[in-house]
Structure formats: C-alpha cells, structure tokens
Design a protein around this ligand. Structure first.
Ligand SMILES: Cc1cc2nc3c(=O)[nH]c(=O)nc-3n(C[C@H](O)[C@H](O)[C@H](O)COP(=O)(O)OP(=O)(O)OC[C@H]3O[C@@H](n4cnc5c(N)ncnc54)[C@H](O)[C@@H]3O)c2cc1C
Length: 240
C-alpha cells in the first residue's frame, strides 16, 4: 500500500468538538478512491512503534482531484485528535496511506434501495457516496439518509443535505435529534433506530449501511435482523 505526502490545505471549525480538514496529496493530480473508503494518517504523536501513530479517517468528500476532506470529532484524551485539534495547522505535512476499505456501494445501484444510517462523524462516507452519485449522475433507485445527532449544531452538513435533497432525484434526508427540538423542527426527535423501524418492512431489494460508533451499529444490526432483514443486506463501519 502506497504512502503519500499530504499537506493540510485548509482547516475549519464546525462545532467546539468537530473540525473539517482538507488534505492535498502531493505528487499526483487525482487521488482515486471509491466513496466509502478511508485513509490512514501517520501522526507525529510520539509512539515507539510506527503503527501506533496511525489513525484512520473516512473520506468525507467525493473523488475530485488531489484534495480530500475529513470530518473529525475530538476524542477527550485521544492522542491523535489532540494533535489534530491543537497542533496541526495549514501548511503542515503528514504521511497519508490509502485508499483502504470495502465499505462501498455495489457498482450497480439501479435496482436496489439504499438506506444510509449515521451518527456523529459516521456521516463522512455517506457524504462522499451521495455527492458522487449526484456528480456522476449514477443511475439509482431510492436513497435514504437517516442522520442522528444530539442537537442541530452537531447535525454535520445539515444545510448541505437539505440542499442535496432538492437536487438529487429519489433522495430522502431524515435528520433525527436526540437532545433538542429546535423551533419549527419537522423531522424526528429521538434516535435513528425508531426511524428505520417505522419506515421499512422486510424485503430483499434494500441495503442498509451503518456508520458511527459501535453501540449504534450493534443496536441497528440487532434490530434489522430481528425485523427480518438478511445479514447480507447490512453493511457497517465502526469508528471505535
Ligand atoms: C475505518 C475507520 C474510519 C474512521 N473515520 C473517522 C472519521 O471520519 N472521523 C472521526 O472523527 N473518526 C474516525 N475514525 C476514528 C479514528 O480513527 C480515531 O480512532 C479517533 O480519531 C480517535 O483517535 P485518538 O488518537 O484521538 O484516540 P485514541 O487515543 O486512539 O483512542 C481513545 C479511545 O477513543 C475511542 N474512539 C475512537 N473514535 C471515537 C469517536 N469518534 N468518539 C468517541 N470515542 C472514540 C477509541 O475506541 C479509544 O477507546 C475512524 C476509524 C476507523 C477504524
């Protein structure tokens, strides 16, 4: 697997604990990957063994040239994110390896519905997939995005997905807030689980993609199998 040199080309605060990072990969024009894949960064975090300096991040942007976007949450006491949030600055270089992973959509999605379920930064691979489908005009059936967060502020890319819903045919965006009901909130309150339980009945022509922390993924896998979906219809990527 090839290592590249990347440079932090832009960094933006989103909330007190989320940042967007743009990395530009040097020496190539196009960084080719399949939406849903991740990269590994080797961070200067002073561990003896090299793999202990490695942290994985899903690519949050669709393929487009040699710059990729990451969305990262600060993990209290976490070595990698403490470095990324408190030390890394625009212009710094970082070794980057990838693309890696098999959390990707089937090549042909013209005859299967896709339901993407994310909490927190688990939204990253889905943002890449959805924009790619939009940008490349990929034939598709129904696309559902169920996105959970504590409050509106932490609903990452909220405005953008509302906009995408208007532009991407057969795409339905369903945000869910667990700890806040903003004025004029027309979507769900609670957790992502109640939403897919309400929306879907067992059938073969749908695939579920789950991304976020293990607790959410385990609960969703249990629920979906109990509802009657086949394990082969459920793909997942756990971040912890
Ligand atoms: C395939 C893959 C893709 C990933 N993509 C992303 C991404 O797009 N955005 C992102 O923010 N993170 C992502 N992660 C998590 C990331 O790799 C790191 O684990 C995370 O940034 C914490 O690193 P750290 O060095 O700060 O914490 P560490 O010191 O390595 O670990 C501290 C503890 O935090 C737990 N932990 C890891 N991630 C989280 C989290 N998100 N919230 C709470 N606890 C956590 C770990 O299990 C560990 O117990 C991904 C992980 C994998 C395996």
């Amino acid at each position: 697997m090839q290592w590249y040199q990347a440079v932090f080309s832009r960094i933006e605060d989103v909330t007190e604990r989320h940042k967007r990072f743009w990395l530009t990969i040097e020496g190539i024009k196009n960084f080719e990957f399949t939406p849903g894949q991740f990269i590994t960064l080797e961070l200067p975090i002073d561990e003896e063994k090299r793999p202990k300096r490695w942290r994985h991040y899903s690519i949050a942007s669709p393929p487009n040239g040699n710059t990729i976007e990451l969305i990262i949450v600060r993990v209290p006491g976490g070595k990698g994110t403490t470095y990324l949030f408190d030390v890394a600055k625009v212009g710094d270089k970082v070794p980057l390896r990838g693309p890696l992973g098999k959390f990707t959509l089937p090549e042909d999605i013209s005859s299967v519905d896709i339901c993407l379920i994310a909490t927190g930064t688990g939204i990253a691979p889905f943002r890449s997939m959805l924009w790619h489908i939009h940008n490349k005009n990929i034939p598709h059936k129904n696309l559902f995005l169920i996105q959970g967060a504590r409050n509106l502020k932490e609903l990452l890319y909220y405005e953008e997905f509302l906009d995408l819903e208007k532009r991407l045919k057969n795409f339905r965006y369903i945000p869910v807030l667990s700890r806040e009901t903003p004025p004029n909130w027309h979507s769900y309150k609670g957790y992502v689980h109640q939403v897919y339980k309400e929306m879907f009945k067992p059938r073969e022509d749908i695939l579920f993609y789950l991304c976020g922390l293990r607790n959410m993924i385990d609960e969703a896998r249990d629920n979906l199998t109990q509802m009657g979906f086949n394990k082969k219809q459920i793909k997942f990527e756990a971040f912890d």
